[in-house]
Write a protein that binds this ligand. Structure first.
Ligand code: SF4
Ligand code: SF4
Length: 329
């Protein structure tokens, strides 16, 4: 679905996120940057999978990739801002970028915590036999989507065979110390038109079932609401469920989530060096203002900016909130 079409659909919903966050404040846009602790880099849209809910619209036919030149510009910013603690590498399947290992090694030299948003099946692809060891050797946190602890629900969302490959990859990661010595976190998003359940309870269920059936251990389960953009928005519209889902999000609006919204604490850089407030704005081509490219990055200007918002933001403020790290309130 084209970006303009998505924005029109989101804008057609009668409630407005921009108005909602102004309730009780005189500010034109009370959603401003607060800190810059996470540098999120989307290194490309190629992925070995093409999941139904993918908000990136990633797939094996996408060719957009971050160049080494742009990676070096990102590394220069990371080096110049001591407040940045975490380098969060995402895609597509980030490991598919030929400069992935270079980025990890250089960010590690800068003493940053590194997160690989890994889809697990990429670890089982030919040519990646040593990728698990590489991640472990560089103490990279692995953060992986696993829709459920059953084969049917996982394969329904992510494609046939994904569950079994994911289990194999998780077992190999466990053998290297992931889930115990090294951080291994799983991400859950619901399959239907509802919000993700209480994080701690679901985490317990995942832990019990994965341990009992497959001997797998992991650290945290992050529950993420499906964002009404890209493929998921298309599916909502096709099945006539867009209004219902938006109503669910709007009714669950929780102002307590505003402080911890990830856009207020991070930068999101696209494969071409453009800067966004978050990965979702990146997918909707809503560039950050006034700093919109790594070539012109300025810390003070960036951290004090107004966040660009639209109705998809209701996905982050519903219930306990939703971010790359799960609940925010
Ligand atoms: S693995 Fe992730 S990036 Fe790849 S298609 Fe699925 S949701 Fe999108
Ligand atoms: S989608 Fe979420 S993280 Fe992104 S700008 Fe909106 S509220 Fe912030």
């Amino acid at each position: 679905m084209l970006v303009d079409e998505q924005m029109n659909i989101l804008g057609s919903y009668p409630d407005s996120f921009g108005k909602q966050i102004r309730i009780g404040t005189d500010a034109k846009n009370p959603l401003t940057g607060l800190t810059l602790t996470t540098f999120q880099i989307n290194v490309g849209k190629w992925c070995n999978q093409a999941c139904k809910h993918c908000h990136v619209d990633a797939s094996p036919i996408r060719t957009e990739m971050m160049s080494k030149e742009t990676i070096d510009k990102c590394l220069a910013i990371i080096k110049s801002v001591p407040a940045i603690q975490t380098v969060d590498i995402t895609g597509g399947a980030p490991e598919g970028n030929i400069h992935f290992r270079y980025l990890v090694e250089e960010a590690r030299k800068l003493g940053k915590k590194i997160i690989d948003r890994c889809n697990l099946t990429i670890l089982e692809e030919k040519g990646n036999e040593d990728l698990h060891e590489f991640l472990a050797a560089n103490e990279v946190e692995v953060c992986s989507s696993l829709p459920y602890f059953s084969q049917s629900r996982t394969d329904q969302q992510r494609g046939d065979g994904v569950f079994n490959k994911s289990i194999t990859a998780l077992q190999k990661l466990n053998k290297l110390g992931y889930g115990t010595r090294l951080p291994l976190n799983l991400v859950y998003n619901p399959v239907g038109v509802f919000l993700s359940s209480a994080q701690k309870q679901l985490e317990r269920e995942f832990k019990e079932n994965l341990d009992k059936k497959y001997g797998i251990v992991f650290n945290n389960l992050y529950c993420i609401n499906n964002m009404p953009i890209n493929r998921y928005l298309g599916a909502l519209v096709r099945t006539g469920k867009f209004e219902t889902y938006m109503e669910t999000l709007v009714n669950a609006y929780n102002p307590m989530t505003l402080e911890g919204l990830m856009c207020r604490h991070q930068i999101s850089v696209g494969y071409d060096g453009k800067i966004y407030d978050c990965d979702f704005n990146q997918m909707l081509e809503l560039e950050a203002k006034p700093v919109s490219h790594v070539d012109h990055f300025d810390y003070e200007t960036f951290v004090n900016r107004n966040i660009v918002v639209a109705n998809h933001c209701f996905g982050c403020t519903a219930g306990a909130g939703s971010s790359c790290g799960g609940e925010v309130a």
